[in-house]
Write a protein that binds this ligand. Structure first.
Ligand code: 5AD
Ligand code: SF4
Length: 435
């Protein structure tokens, strides 16, 4: 008898990546082996995303493939974790007869018990949400590396009208500062050089004693050779204290992901985003003053119900005003159970597509302009590894999260900080020489 082998595939956001590491941590503690070879697995788990319909369609496609694995290996347990498990629950087991396990984001501690149920021919279903679960003391299973995600809070209380997350991940709750700082310390000891603090809305982090600025400062102070990033922020909870904390710590990255979603106040109101474009721009201005060299990225949704050409143009204007370094851009996708689902999805698919393309094209222009302005300037990168195209070149990231390719000289290796001068730029990549 060999130990039971588990293979896990992760879809969707970084939160799911962090959750999969927690799941692997729990399973390892229960004597399971983790395998990266799907054919060797006794249990296959998909950690899924429900944020847009196309994310779910991809998983359905994958399940159809996996049916074959099950016919090849009777007794193989197939499970769905994450947001789709929470959203679709029993439906997944009843409709997709091949699924044995459906376990939502707050029930991972019980996963070993549900797997036992499945091995004994039953169906393991755990989809309770919790007001307190943070997996605080679980040590996530991570391969050695340079960069790690750390989940610091779970859930979301914002209820943006398009978003399914409050329903799939439940209410906001924060992990204790001490447990997070301990995790950063362990990662530093293992040679990690960068951590990203994760939550659906990290700015509302509060552990009864400390706010997010306190947490960020405490993490940054663990090891000043370790970069600290964070994501995602909501404009509503973005405090001056946080801006000063970023400015005061050299190793907290000067890069803020601040989703705006739309540049139209009317649409923002329908989205229940609780800020106006004017308020948002004030935060950007203030951040630029307090943190010299700060850069921004954002999320944008094209084609929310009732969106007009005027609304779209306001989004384009806002993008030009802020000059984002990067953006995650999406077509609106109606999600059952959300408030917006009750509104008519009245922007035709082609119009949504065309508006999204217009947003993408503008962002490419802006990124190219920003990157070209960096030619001749110097910046420090954290070396991540060889460039994708050649072992003669290394790839590193600036504090502002830009990828820079440079010739491999002086024996530089992953984890080193290297100062470069930029000589060439595309919208996605910079090229530098060692100074
Ligand atoms: N349709 C399109 N995009 C969405 N997002 C969230 N819900 C939806 C939806 N129903 C986007 C938002 C959010 C990001 C994580 O995903 O831009 O910030
Ligand atoms: Fe969804 Fe809004 Fe919460 Fe983000 S802030 S997870 S978009 S409800």
């Amino acid at each position: 008898m060999h130990n039971t082998k588990v293979y896990i595939e992760t879809y969707g956001c970084q939160m799911n990546v962090a959750d999969s590491e927690i799941v692997m941590g729990i399973l390892k503690n229960h004597g399971y082996d983790i395998t990266s070879d799907i054919n060797a697995a006794d249990v296959i788990l998909l950690n899924t995303c429900s944020v847009r319909d196309n994310a779910e369609q991809r998983i359905y496609g994958r399940l159809t493939n996996l049916k074959y694995n099950k016919t090849q290996k009777p007794g193989l347990v197939l499970g769905i974790l994450g947001c789709m498990a929470e959203r679709l629950r029993k439906e997944l087991i009843e409709d997709k007869k091949i699924v044995d396990l459906v376990v939502g984001p707050d029930e991972y501690r019980k996963l070993p018990a549900y797997i036992d149920v499945a091995f004994n021919g039953g169906k393991g279903i755990g989809v309770q949400l919790s007001r307190t679960e943070t997996y605080e003391e679980i040590i996530p299973y991570r391969e050695d590396g340079l960069q790690a995600w750390i989940s610091v809070m779970r859930g979301c209380d914002k209820f943006c009208t398009y978003c399914v997350v409050p329903f799939t991940r439940g209410r906001e709750r924060s992990r204790k500062l001490g447990s997070i700082v301990d995790e950063v310390l362990q990662l530093s000891d293992r040679g990690f050089r960068e951590v990203t603090l994760l939550g659906q809305n990290v700015n509302s982090y509060y552990d009864e004693l400390h706010d997010f600025s306190d947490l960020l400062a405490a993490c940054a102070e663990v090891d000043n050779g370790m970069r600290v990033r964070f994501t995602t922020s909501h404009p509503q909870d973005f405090s001056d204290k946080l801006l000063y904390t970023i400015a005061e710590h050299k190793n907290i990255c000067n890069y803020i992901h601040l989703p705006v979603q739309s540049g139209s106040n009317r649409i923002l109101d329908l989205m229940n985003r609780s800020y106006t474009v004017e308020h948002y721009l004030q935060i950007i201005e203030k951040a630029k003053k307090i943190i010299p060299g700060v850069t921004f990225s954002t999320d944008l949704i094209a084609g929310f119900p009732t969106e007009t050409v005027e609304d779209q143009n306001m989004t384009l204007e806002l993008m030009k005003a802020v000059e984002y370094d990067g953006a995650y851009m999406f077509k609106y996708s109606p999600r059952e159970g959300t408030k917006a689902f009750k509104m008519e999805d009245d922007v035709p698919e082609e119009v949504k597509g065309a508006r999204l393309q217009e947003i993408i094209d503008l962002q490419l222009d802006i990124s190219l302009k920003i990157n070209r302005n960096l030619i001749g300037k110097r910046d420090t990168v954290l070396v991540e590894g060889f460039s994708k195209k050649s072992d003669k070149f290394l790839a590193g990231r600036t504090d502002t999260n830009k990828l820079v390719i440079f010739e491999s000289v002086n024996g530089f290796k992953p984890g080193d900080y290297v100062e470069l001068e930029i000589y060439k730029a595309t919208s996605a990549t910079l090229f530098g020489t060692v100074v």
